[in-house]
Design a protein around this ligand. Structure first.
Ligand SMILES: Cc1cc2nc3c(=O)[nH]c(=O)nc-3n(C[C@H](O)[C@H](O)[C@H](O)COP(=O)(O)O)c2cc1C
Length: 165
């Protein structure tokens, strides 16, 4: 199995490279992989409005054995549930990793789309004022200014699964 990824602002690439290094697997961007990869694939892509970017292309061209979406929200069973419903790949498990948010690297239109999607959570965090926990302060700052939650430890579940296949 090899890792194929797509990444717009670099967070998915970081995870793909970390995973490839840890599991001694080859790592290709989706464009590099096109026409060259014939092995089964673990596909990783950024979340865009709930959809894993590039997943349709990957499914058409490769045998996809596992999928991972990289988004900006903290991992939770709800996030994974919604993700699995919107990005069904027959016979392949789906994983979720919290990546980051890089507002300066995306167009104003995309920034606005994300701004609208995160409006209610920003407002509820703002309304909490001094009752915000340190984690909530950190998350509010992340939503406003961007940042990274990429961490090697978050790859644990994927690495466990890879040992079994
Ligand atoms: C237009 C747009 C839509 C997005 N939609 C989602 C989303 O539905 N859920 C989510 O968790 N993150 C969403 N994000 C955030 C990205 O998935 C997140 O920043 C991710 O880490 C980007 O990965 P990349 O650096 O590999 O491109 C969105 C970002 C953009 C620009």
């Amino acid at each position: 199995m090899v890792i194929v990824y797509r990444s717009n602002t670099g967070f998915t690439r970081e995870y793909a490279e970390m995973l490839g290094k840890a599991e001694k697997m080859k790592v290709y961007s989706l464009s590099q992989a096109e026409g060259t990869v014939s092995e089964p694939v673990f596909y990783m892509g950024p979340l865009m409005a709930g959809h894993i970017a590039g997943i349709d292309q990957a499914m058409k061209q490769f045998t996809v054995k596992g999928v991972c979406g990289v988004g900006m929200s903290p991992a939770s069973p709800q996030v994974l549930g919604t993700l699995s419903k919107a990005n069904y790949v027959p016979g392949a498990p789906i994983f979720y990793l919290q990546g980051g948010w890089a507002p300066k690297k995306v167009s104003w239109l995309k920034r606005r789309m994300v701004g609208m999607a995160t409006k209610s959570i920003r407002e509820s965090l703002r309304d909490k004022g001094s009752r915000r926990t340190p984690e909530e302060n950190q998350y509010l700052d992340f939503l406003l200014h961007g940042g990274s939650f990429v961490a090697f430890e978050k790859l644990e579940a994927i690495r466990e699964w890879m040992k079994e296949v």
